[in-house]
Design a binder for this molecule. Structure first.
Ligand code: DGY
Length: 328
């Protein structure tokens, strides 16, 4: 029997590609070329499975070009690059990589919160530019983290990880808003109190966004929401670009409508709204919240495990949809 044909759409750990090669006929992308949708469609037309990284769009057009395709394994917990309905209709299984990145991403959420509140990158740029020639009492004075109010919008696993760090590590008063409320046990563990979105916006000193990107969450934070925040508040986005209206945020930062922002994700990334590059009170990082070597390796291995389990008949380990089985 010929092994299933798999496309690994971006360059990933060679040892994971090697692992896949022990099970499948693999085409990989070691030069890490960013294929256009047409180039990707050309490569998937004879494939049974694809490993994507979150930057390849899997939509009806791609699926139409891939009559044999049965599974797409995303190496990311977020899967807004999937048109899940189109995949389900086409009988294509989708999978993601939950859990393995939770703590690492929560660590980074906290790192970005701290860097934003304490103006770490802004002050480093000042120092590197040779501008530091005297101490002054208000130089880069920021906002406190300990004892302040941490607001979390989106209370999945990563949101809960951030809540635990804030409540137990920094004595923060944690409030959250989510589509559904946590169980009383989880609320107690996270020391988090459920509030309306309005109360969250009005009372958080540090507002962290950890919700999935969907049509409903598009521009969940725009000019009207920023207007409700404290003028001393910091906004942190480690979720997805598009949840924040970046143009409105840049204007609010310029006007000092809020104190500062920390952004790991951007609308239309890797492009960054030019106005964000002009304001000093924002910490900008290139979508690295899950980027530690062990976590990225665990994500790649979980995507590979999904492909292996699917084709050996055990079924996808972390499915995001339940398509009717496609005829081989
Ligand atoms: C994820 O896993 O969704 C992260 O954003 C990395 O892409």
């Amino acid at each position: 029997m010929t092994p299933p044909r798999i496309l690994v759409a971006r360059n990933i750990f060679p040892e994971v590609v090697e692992r896949l090669s022990q099970h499948f006929d693999v085409e990989s992308n070691p030069e890490d070329i960013i294929w256009t949708p047409a180039e990707l469609a050309e490569r998937v037309k004879d494939k049974d499975g694809v490993l994507t990284t979150g930057s390849q769009r899997v939509d009806a057009a791609l699926l139409a070009a891939a009559p044999r395709l049965r599974i797409v394994a995303n190496m990311a917990v977020g899967y807004n690059n999937f048109d899940v309905d189109a995949m389900t209709a086409a009988g294509v299984q989708g999978t993601n990589t939950p859990d393995v990145l939770t703590e690492t991403t929560a660590d980074f959420g906290f790192a970005l919160l701290m860097a934003t509140a304490r103006r770490v990158t802004e002050s480093e740029h000042y120092l590197r530019a040779g501008k530091w020639n005297r101490w002054s009492y208000d130089m880069f004075a920021g906002s406190d983290v300990h004892g302040s109010t941490l607001g979390i919008l989106g209370m999945g696993r990563i949101g809960q990880g951030i809540a635990r760090r804030g409540a137990h590590g920094f004595g923060m008063n944690v409030i959250y808003h989510n589509r559904s409320r946590l169980s009383p046990e989880l609320e107690a563990e996270c020391k988090a109190r459920y509030v309306s979105k309005e109360e969250l916006l009005r009372t958080a000193d540090h507002l962290v966004l950890v919700l999935p990107y969907t049509p409903e969450s598009h521009h969940a934070i725009g000019a009207a929401e920023i207007a409700q925040m404290k003028s001393t508040a910091n906004l942190i986005n480690i979720a997805r670009g598009g949840i924040v209206d970046d143009a409105a945020l840049a204007q609010a930062l310029k006007d000092k409508r809020i104190a500062a922002a920390g952004l790991d994700v951007f609308e239309g990334e890797p492009k960054v709204h030019p106005a964000l590059l002009e304001v000093p009170n924002v910490v900008l990082t290139p979508h690295i919240a899950s980027a530690t070597v062990p976590t990225r390796l665990a994500m790649a291995n979980l995507a590979a495990d999904n492909l292996i389990a699917f084709f050996d008949g055990r079924g996808a380990l972390t499915p995001v949809n339940r398509p009717a089985p496609k005829r081989a």
